[in-house]
Write a protein that binds this ligand. Structure first.
Ligand SMILES: Nc1ncnc2c1ncn2[C@@H]1O[C@H](COP(=O)(O)OP(=O)(O)OP(=O)(O)O)[C@@H](O)[C@H]1O
Length: 469
């Protein structure tokens, strides 16, 4: 720019304007200053908003545990365990990425109406839906407390189906109509949360028709709840020891079905999963029944996950002893310990051993059984029970082997029943007795004869009582 141009610009800028007679450069200065101030204001506004929203995300009450839930790899079972379910794919779920807003604040105003109102409230905050898509895990669902309150009529007393060592169990109906059992775990903080994690991780991935299925869980504030499929025909303890009249509805066939089904559920826990799961509390109140009398093992909440290297013996010791007592309970209708009985009969295992040793197997059968079982079938199942409670833990059979023995027994029993029916129909006793012995002989080649089973698994010897040969 030349000296003349600069002088010209200077003259022009120094001219007074119509705005309060201010010179042009002053007006331009004011405009520029205002623009800068406005830009700075907008920038700070923008930053404040972003910071606020970030703090909001931080306050999102997604429980920390949910981020730790992930599907555990389900290894296929060993080839000889053909009862195990097919493997499921590995899925990792990070619930922290799902927007959860929990609006429950206190225990007041419980009941179906208030609960319903809150559920829709939750929906409006969340991803727009309160249904399963909000909180799918790899294996199940994460439920809000509101959902479970709605399902259980506000955790009301009429919905209580029982109380166990770990909390109260409620029946409930979810919004999709599914009936569930909600176990509200007793909460003693710290420890409870640890147990809860163990239980959720151990149970969530397990799928077997003879194991009660965990559908999901709820962690909210101090609440820890497990949501199970509802099994609708009570538990085995109620049917074996409850007031069912003089004749039990549990026929021999039903009892055998319960024993075999329970064995399959336990075998899956012991042998179909890696790491293994051991129930540690096999008892009749933990065997739930459906309307077709199919058993489902429940309450493996404190099951410990074992390292595969050193679990072998432990699994056999812990798992089979309780199962042996359970068989005795089902066959005899007696409790494992019953102080109302004479001294020699208080302990079921000891009494039964004595009875079998004295060739009184038939006398151990539950007097409420509608019909006596075939002698061989009875002895076979008692033999299995006695093997399970062998004082030498290393001689106890594995659950898989127990199934093998029991199922062979089942076939044998069916044959004998068919033959018995034929006997009573034709009345040609001698002829049919010959067929009977031939049939039994044939079955023994199926790999489950008394001598086969007496050898025990893994080449261990079991000394079968000679009277049973
Ligand atoms: N999934 C379910 N469906 C139907 N009823 C259930 C279900 N789970 C548990 N129950 C019932 O709830 C009651 C309490 O069960 P829970 O497993 O808590 O205790 P328990 O087995 O009686 O005792 P413990 O805790 O000492 O094993 C039992 O009567 C059981 O039959």
């Amino acid at each position: 720019m030349s000296v003349y141009d600069a002088a010209f610009v200077n003259t022009e800028l120094s001219k007074p304007t119509s705005i309060f007679g201010l010179r042009l450069w002053v007006v331009i200065g004011i405009l520029l200053g205002s623009l800068i101030v406005l830009t700075l204001f907008l920038l700070s506004l923008c930053l404040t908003t972003r910071r606020k929203s970030r703090r909001h995300q931080h306050l999102d009450p997604t429980p920390p545990i949910s981020k730790e839930i992930q599907e555990i790899v389900h290894h296929p079972p060993a080839p000889d365990h053909h009862h195990a379910a097919p493997p499921v794919p590995e899925i990792q779920v990070d619930l922290g990425k799902v927007e959860h807003r929990v609006v429950f604040s206190s225990g007041e105003s419980r009941g179906p109406t208030s609960a319903a109102a809150s559920v829709s409230e939750t929906a409006s905050f969340g991803s727009g839906s309160v249904g399963p898509e909000v909180s799918h895990l790899g294996w199940g669902r994460w439920y809000t407390l509101r959902e479970l309150e709605l399902a259980t009529n506000g955790l009301c007393e009429e919905n209580v189906i029982g109380e166990g060592g770990y909390g109260i169990v409620y029946s409930g109906v979810l919004t999709d109509g599914a009936k569930v059992a909600v176990k509200n775990l007793l909460n003693n903080r710290g420890q409870a949360e640890k147990e809860f994690k163990v239980e959720v991780e151990a149970i969530g991935r397990v799928r077997h028709k003879n194991l009660v299925r965990l559908l999901g869980y709820c962690v909210e504030g101090a609440y820890r709840m497990l949501v199970y499929e509802y099994v609708d025909n009570g538990n085995l303890e109620q049917w074996v020891h409850g007031d069912v009249g003089d004749v039990s509805p549990l026929t021999w066939e039903i009892r055998m079905n319960i024993i075999v089904g329970t064995a399959k559920g336990l075998a899956y826990l012991h042998e179909g999963l890696e790491p293994k799961v051991v129930h540690r509390d096999v008892k009749s109140s933990n065997i739930l029944l459906d309307r077709q009398w199919n058993p489902k093992v429940s309450d493996f909440g404190l099951a410990k996950l074992l390292c595969s290297e050193n679990s072998y013996v432990t699994t056999r010791v812990m798992g089979t002893f309780g199962f042996g007592i359970l068989i005795m309970e089902i066959i005899s209708g007696r409790s494992p310990v019953d102080y109302s009985r004479p001294p020699g009969e208080v302990n079921l295992v000891e009494w039964l051993k004595t009875m079998v040793g004295n060739r009184k197997s038939e006398e151990v059968v539950d007097p409420k059984l509608p019909e006596m079982p075939a002698s061989k079938a009875l002895k076979r199942v008692l033999l299995v029970a006695l093997k399970c409670v062998d004082p030498d833990a290393t001689k106890r059979p594995k659950m898989g082997h127990i199934i093998h023995m029991l199922e062979a027994d089942d076939l044998l029993f069916r044959d004998e029943r068919r033959i018995a029916r034929e006997q009573s129909n034709s009345r040609s006793d001698d002829h049919l007795m010959n067929r009977n012995s031939t049939k039994v002989g044939e079955r023994r080649f199926d790999g489950a004869s008394a001598s086969d089973t007496s050898e025990g698994d893994s080449g261990r010897n079991y000394h079968q009582p000679s009277r049973w040969r």
